[in-house]
Design a protein around this ligand. Structure first.
Ligand SMILES: [Zn+2]
Length: 189
């Protein structure tokens, strides 16, 4: 089991990795760019490469988290910015040597059609993953504890993954829980 925490990239990607090492963390999570915006970041490639090398050398595991405004069920005008932002997150995290990028499960978009939210989610994920062929994965985070929301059961996570055109670019549910603050409803350790 890996233990870690969220870390800031205030001192850069390498800075976050060094902070993890200083506190003897075996893993950490970070925002690869401004957590409040979908704006694409022109990131420091060299810093990200140093981060990857440092983590490899010290056996530190990392994952990135998408900015708060990221939704897999975005309004029509937000779909392009979301796809570009997700690809940017994947690119940064990939150079940093991170295993994947955490994305929250989508939200219902029409109460009259419960499937619409899932269909939009799969469409957005396919649009991202058809442009992505590097090792860094999409890590779909459950939304346990939010009544009436999507993504509260393991079955939904597995089903959405199986319907996506690019299932190899996903990580199976059950991987992330060690980095969550809330216990999972399906009783994973
Ligand atoms: Zn999250």
């Amino acid at each position: 089991m890996l233990f870690g925490c969220h870390l800031s990239i205030r001192e850069g990607y390498l800075g976050a990795a060094k902070a993890a090492q200083r506190m003897n963390a075996s893993a950490y999570q970070y925002f690869p760019k401004n957590p409040r915006s979908l704006t694409v970041k022109n990131f420091n490639q060299e810093d990200a490469e140093f981060c990857r090398d440092f983590c490899e050398e010290h056996g530190i595991f990392s994952i990135a988290h998408t900015p708060y405004p990221t939704s897999l069920t975005p309004q029509p005008e937000k779909q392009d910015p979301t796809i570009k932002s997700l690809l940017n997150d994947l690119e940064i995290a990939n150079v940093c040597g991170s295993a994947g990028v955490v994305v929250h499960f989508g939200s219902p978009i029409r109460s009259s059609d419960p499937l619409a939210g899932y269909q939009l989610m799969i469409k957005i994920l396919n649009k991202v993953l058809c442009q992505w062929d590097e090792p860094c994965l999409i890590l779909l985070e459950n939304t346990a504890g939010q009544p009436g929301s999507m993504g509260t059961t393991i079955e939904e996570l597995v089903q959405v993954r199986s319907l996506c055109d690019y299932p190899d670019h996903w990580l199976l549910p059950g991987y992330l829980p060690c980095l969550r603050k809330r216990p999972l409803e399906w009783g994973q350790p």
